[in-house]
Design a binder for this molecule. Sequence first.
Ligand SMILES: C[S@@+](CC[C@H](N)C(=O)[O-])C[C@H]1O[C@@H](n2cnc3c(N)ncnc32)[C@H](O)[C@@H]1O
Length: 462
Amino acid sequence: MGGVTKHSFVAEVHQLDKKGIGQTVVWHEEDGKRKKLKLAIPSTLPGEKVRVAIDEPKRRRAIARLEEVMEPHPERLEPPCPHFDRCGGCVWQHWHYAGQLRHKTEHVKTLLKEHGFDPGVVRDTIGMEHPWHYRNKMEFTFSPEGLLGLHEQGNFRQIISLETCLIAGKNIVEAAMEVASWARDHRLPGYHKDTHEGLLRHLMVRESFATGEVMVALFATEAPEGELKEAAADLTERITKALPQVKSLLWLENRAWADRTQAEQTHVLAGRDFIYDELCGFRYRLWFDTFFQTNPVQAEKLVELALEMGEPKPDEKMIDLFCGVGTFSLPFAKRVKALAGIEIVETSIESAKRNAKDNGIDNTYFLARDARRGIDEVLEQFGRPELLLLDPPRSGAGGKVMRKIGRARPERVVYVSCNPETFAADITELVPFGYTLKTVQPVDLFPHTAHVECCALLVRGA
Ligand SMILES: C[S@@+](CC[C@H](N)C(=O)[O-])C[C@H]1O[C@@H](n2cnc3c(N)ncnc32)[C@H](O)[C@@H]1O
């Protein structure tokens, strides 16, 4: 790979990639030819002059190691977290928060412009007053040696042992440290992904900022029985003593090859199998596998924005597509005649039904279906809605679902998106059906990361 790899060299950071990592292009000689190499340089910002080295050269792309920032960006900061250089959790702790927010707004504007929309409809990103300890849920992983921590940036197999986490709720970090020391004291082995051997796989901790309740869920390949009975009893004692706010302590058996926080069997070590949370004054039951907004402070603003943009009316029918446990359904249902929610995960639909009942709401109809089939069924039974809200996963709703929405002809569409790229592609599908993009409000749900959430309004025939 010529001179590029042998020594460190100076480069200028051109832009940020999709993950928020500094990017540049360097030219080098190989076999007498000039070759282009795309470099990702973590912990850098656009315009910075840096000295870097490449440890593992690839043909066209490589990750460079930052050795020195020679000309820093004016908004560069000293990152407060000791794990920043290695952890893959937040990539922008070295950037002033105002700069992060400005970049998010510009990113959304650029994507919309590329898809032929007017970037002037994009408002400035709504940030957090205190952008730390905002996450109400974290998933940690055990290394094969039994160390508990987070994945290293760019190396999913490497685990960074946890000392602190500045974006997780404070009780979450405390619970994780307690479990980490319990695992160490009992010398329990971590799980090895390649050989499928070992015991401890993941730890999920969820904390309700509204009710104060905490859930601690440990994922292991065996049941807490036989030789593990004593260790499980000790875990229960330690957690309930150190953190009385833990209202659900779970040991979840997960023997599957897939590296996910799923379970074949749930063992409740203490408390119940769910915790209570609240958002916008509504009460929710959350199980370990329930999707719920992870930044409740900003999620409340998002729900309020959706209500403001959607302007639900008492004589209207509405569809909430990708409704989850009803985070948007319940506040909207209070303001419309009838609401139908569609969601693929059955347990979330069960939860949405129960949440509606617990909150005294009786004008909802929830359907556990894939969005594509669900829309047809709901339209048949329910008729045409005046309002439709959709909040799809990062992959977006897709062309087929968007065209079904277009054919259903709701007057207003509120699109809540966690991925501006799929959002821009999705809404392009609504243009031939006569929809105009009126407003896009980015909201920072994930400070110090490149993720941005948007709430947008499209109106038919306007
Ligand atoms: C971003 S979440 C939004 C959930 C909910 N609106 C909320 O705020 O809590 C996306 C939801 O879409 C659901 N989902 C994913 N693929 C789906 C599909 N093909 N059809 C219906 N729902 C789907 C997920 O299970 C998840 O609950």
